[in-house]
Design a protein around this ligand. Structure first.
Ligand code: SF4
Length: 472
């Protein structure tokens, strides 16, 4: 229930005057999507979002346990909220003294919720990744006076059934289709923070997307999961079948999915990339290392030969396919030779973009228990070598786009050295900037055709050919 009239909303026995919620999200797209769900649920308790923490009645951190940097940032940001409790301000809208509630959700809260609540005086409650949709009840409990609690249970018996919530007003929606992961890669905390795989039923997802297209004007859908191409295994369904069904929805223009595991890329899925008119020409396929011995220690379940074979099949089926990847530099005890194998892989794979990170140990994983002789300096140097090599490859690939025409969905306006430019994404997920032909025109969420005029490793500039408007 939302309230546009500044009225108080009564839920159960508690009155909820209009209040503000401030949210901070760390990590992956699943987390960003969870934050959107949280916002949608909280609108029923009369909350609207604020970007100013000082204005907030409710502060929520949606945490990520995958990388050390996101971890550290969360603890530092949480520490800063102490002052919100010791120095409460007056809410100018209600005239009431603010009782600021502070909560932490997401992957860190899933594994450490109870300890966090005990350790941080200012933290009122913690909630795990599987109880996002109960956020309304938890906020209700907090306002009812129940403080210092932690809700982190997983319901493994229930089917995975949710309806997509959107609050952003754009024509793009993230749709969760599978949660959890059964892979247990040796460095990864996700199976411990998100649980085992559970897929939504295919017909439920199709109904959900139809509703988004029909009633919310959604034209582009990103299907989400930690291991999205494992979708449907528990129900005898598959990602390729789902794509096939979604493709027939009138008004839906583009379909994307992320993130994939190379072990689960089926021939059926490759075929879908060849035949689908709506599936984006983009595959994000994390490889993590170019060395078979490192992949074995990572428990990744494939070899580099298998991985390169998949890329070859994909590109044969659809020559427009663009592949991006994730790479970990300096896995425990990675030798110089193993690192060189990763550099060689960059040449062989010709990735369009890579997300490369130095290895960071996560407590509770197998890799964290491995002996490790590598230093931060070695890891940093290897990361730079990977990034430097990739930059040259990317520049070359993007130079090859010059003179070609692409259809993009325009996302935002910006200014570069005083020049107004609009930015959008191609079907292959490349970012393109173009100058408008009319400075007063609002291109946001328009489909436009552009011709690439220049390119660097990280961006492409284009000239506008035609504006197709908001609907194709
Ligand atoms: S596939 Fe591996 S890296 Fe990806 S979420 Fe599962 S365990 Fe983590």
């Amino acid at each position: 229930m939302s309230n546009e009239n500044n009225d108080t909303v009564t839920v159960g026995e508690i009155e909820f005057p209009p209040r503000k919620v401030w949210l901070k999200t760390y990590g992956c797209q699943m987390n960003y999507h969870d934050t959107e769900r949280i916002l949608s649920h909280l609108s029923g308790l009369n909350f609207t979002q604020t970007t100013e923490q000082s204005e907030a009645d409710l502060v929520i951190f949606n945490t990520c346990a995958v990388r050390d940097l996101a971890n550290q940032k969360f603890y530092s940001h949480l520490g800063e909220t102490k002052r919100l409790k010791t120095n409460p301000e007056i809410n100018p809208e209600t005239g009431l003294k603010k009782n600021v509630i502070v909560a932490a959700g997401g992957c860190i809260a899933q594994t450490e919720g109870k300890d966090l609540v005990k350790k941080y005086q200012q933290l009122d409650f913690a909630f795990g990744t599987d109880v996002i949709d109960n956020i309304g009840e938890m906020v209700y409990r907090a306002y009812a006076g129940d403080k210092k609690f932690s809700v982190t249970s997983w319901d493994r018996s229930e089917n995975y059934s949710i309806e997509t919530k959107i609050t952003h007003g754009s024509p793009m929606a993230y749709v969760n289709i599978i949660k959890g992961c059964d892979k247990f890669c040796s460095y990864c905390i996700v199976p411990f923070t998100r649980g085992r795989e559970k897929s939504r039923g295919l017909s439920e997802v199709v109904t959900d997307v139809k509703r988004l297209v029909e009633y919310s004007g959604i034209q582009e859908v990103m299907l989400l999961g930690q291991n999205v191409n494992s979708y449907g295994k528990d129900n005898g369904e598959s990602l390729a079948q789902l794509i096939h069904e979604l493709e027939s929805i009138d008004g839906l223009q583009r379909l994307r999915y992320t993130t994939s595991h190379p072990y689960d890329v089926s021939d059926e899925l490759i075929e879908a990339h060849a035949t689908s008119k709506k599936l984006a020409n983009h595959l994000h396929l994390p490889v993590q290392s170019g060395s078979n011995s490192v992949l074995q220690r990572m428990l990744r379940e494939y070899t580099i030969e298998h991985y390169l074979g998949l890329l070859a099949k994909m590109r044969k089926a659809n020559p427009e396919m663009v592949v991006t990847t994730d790479i970990i530099a300096g896995f425990p005890n990675e030798t110089e030779e193993e690192h060189q194998d990763t550099l060689k892989l960059l040449d062989a794979a010709q990735f369009d973009f890579i997300y490369a990170y130095t290895y960071s140990s996560r407590k509770g994983t197998k890799a964290a228990r491995m002996s490790d002789i590598l230093t931060d300096d070695i890891r940093g140097r290897r990361l730079r070598e990977i990034q430097d090599k990739q930059m040259k490859i990317q520049e070359n690939i993007r130079q090859g786009m010059i003179g070609k025409t692409f259809r993009i969905l325009v996302e935002e306006k910006g200014t570069n050295k005083g020049v107004i430019k609009w930015t959008g994404r191609t079907s292959c997920n490349r970012i393109v900037h173009f100058e408008p032909d009319n400075l007063d025109k609002d291109y946001k969420w328009h489909w436009v055709d552009v011709e690439i005029t220049s390119a660097t490793a990280l961006s492409t500039q284009a000239s506008l050919i035609r504006d197709l408007g908001k609907k194709l």
